[in-house]
Design a protein. Structure first.
Length: 313
């Protein structure tokens, strides 16, 4: 079976039990049980609080798949990779350390703002431009033009963060006010939209993280984003608007029932029903091959010394 034909199995929420034999992965949650042929599993993603048997980890890893573990807020806790996986990574990671810099960071931020501008414009053309305050769209377009002239990385990061914050504030005006989404917030989230976005970003993160590890790159060595998972965040930033934001905002605009989430004690918890709804949509909108194509372009650029010019949509 080709790698791209293998499925990614997501277990989210709380209370799941994950176990396996040599041939079958079994996920039991409440009264529902799902079974998967181990040979067909390309990636096991566990989000939230569940019980996982070591037999499941062993079987999945022996089948050549990876396992990503996230906390309930969508923050990566760790990744299990098959034995011997890192032995092939030394050469590419050395090139990565020597080559990454301002040019790569600039490419990532330019593609990210382009995709966010397209998301705003698609909504404005289809619905109403009343979501924008005077001068906001012009500011975002001017900012995009300023990026190439920002030589210092701190300046580039600062303007990129400002533009990203403005994008979320603008899109927040398109959502029902009772959902109380005004901007991206830090974890733990207290509103359902931020919680849904973080859940979607966790899935997207997993796809990019696995692809980077598979080609031998260091996910923690970012061009724009410093720290753990920096390169993953760089790669997925340009995919967030179309693969996660638009489908999540669409679900939110359709309306969420009070039974679909619970806000209290300083945290919003999504119901299993809402998580299943998100999964059914995000498994369609998160296009693994598009993510893989950008990463292949990145590897080609590093190895051949050619311009990195990825295509995000």
């Amino acid at each position: 079976m080709k790698e791209r034909d293998r499925v990614w199995v997501t277990v989210a929420g709380f209370g799941g039990h994950i176990k396996a034999t040599r041939s079958t992965l079994t996920v039991r949650k409440k009264n529902e049980e799902r079974q998967y042929d181990i040979r067909n599993v390309g990636h096991l993603i566990v989000v939230g609080g569940h019980t996982i048997h070591t037999s499941a980890l062993i079987s999945v890893l022996r089948a050549g798949a990876m396992v990503s573990i996230f906390d309930a807020d969508g923050l990566l806790a760790g990744v299990f990779t098959p034995s011997g996986h890192d032995e092939t990574a030394t050469r590419l990671r050395s090139v990565q350390k020597q080559t990454f810099g301002h040019t790569y960071a600039l490419t990532f931020v330019e593609h990210a703002i382009n995709e966010r501008l397209l998301t705003i414009e698609r909504y404005g053309n289809a619905h109403s431009w009343d979501l924008l305050y005077e001068g906001e769209l012009e500011f975002l377009h001017r900012s995009r033009e300023e990026y190439p002239f920002l030589i210092k990385m701190d300046e580039l990061r600062r303007l990129h963060q400002m533009n990203t914050d403005m994008y979320y504030e603008v899109m927040g005006r398109t959502l029902p006010p009772e959902l109380d989404f005004h901007r991206r917030t830090k974890r733990p989230h207290t509103d359902p939209v931020n919680a849904m976005l973080s859940f979607g970003y966790a899935l997207l993160y997993s796809v990019a993280n696995v692809a980077l590890l598979a080609v031998g790159m260091d996910p923690d060595l970012g061009a724009l984003t410093p720290g753990r998972g920096g390169l993953v965040y760089d790669v997925i930033d340009g995919f967030k608007p179309t693969m996660v934001d638009e489908p999540v905002f669409a679900i939110a605009r359709d309306g969420l029932g009070q039974e679909e989430y619970e806000s209290g004690n300083g945290r919003c918890i999504l119901s299993d029903t809402l998580i299943d709804k998100l999964l059914s949509v995000l498994h369609r909108t998160i296009e693994e091959e598009q993510v893989n194509a950008v990463i292949r372009d990145l590897v080609h650029s590093l190895e051949k010394g050619e311009i990195f010019s990825p295509v995000y949509s």
